[in-house]
Design a protein around this ligand. Sequence first.
Ligand code: 5GP
Length: 198
Amino acid sequence: MKLLEDRIRKNGVIQEGNVLKVDSFLNHQMDIDLINEIGKEFFRRFSDAGVSKILTIEASGIGIACIAAQYFHVPVVFAKKNKTKNIAGDVFTAKVESFTHGKTYDIMVSRQFLGPKDRILLIDDFLANGKALEGLANIVQESGAFLAGAGIVIEKGFQPGGRLLRERGIRLESLAVVESMDEKAGELIFRQDPWDTL
Ligand code: 5GP
């Protein structure tokens, strides 16, 4: 998505440890006009998927998922990051290893909100090693819902998450794929998308 790539080039900051900072427009301060175009693009790519619910993970995914949901006209469920050890039995849980914090935490979704009748679209801001998305996909699988697809705003293509999830058969669409980034030169290279018109 050209609009997004241009914005990453303009305002993204490459940090050490393969971290791309986009908190001036995506995941701290949020540019709602841009995120609205992102939501519209997710709908364009998944409008045929019969999505009945969007599932994301707190905190950064929530705002993006909510704006996308206005195009799909479906509810958003967000997985909570659980800090306590004792988790009640009425929830689906998965373990997630955090890329940015280097810790493992539990995520949980109430059993009330996911079930075999649902067709789920996963949405998140970043895809790196794929642990967050894998945790969400495991929860969908456990619930008996159908995993209709996964929409990612920025995939770091030089990390293994995208490949692993596509190999698992997940219909994964990333709006910008960073092929490589060089902290010292401040250089970003995006994967070309032949279908990209925006
Ligand atoms: P994964 O589980 O795919 O390794 O990482 C995904 C999660 O880590 C995302 O939800 C996002 O919050 C965070 N993340 C991974 N890489 C980056 C990055 O380069 N920049 C930022 N801002 N967050 C990242």
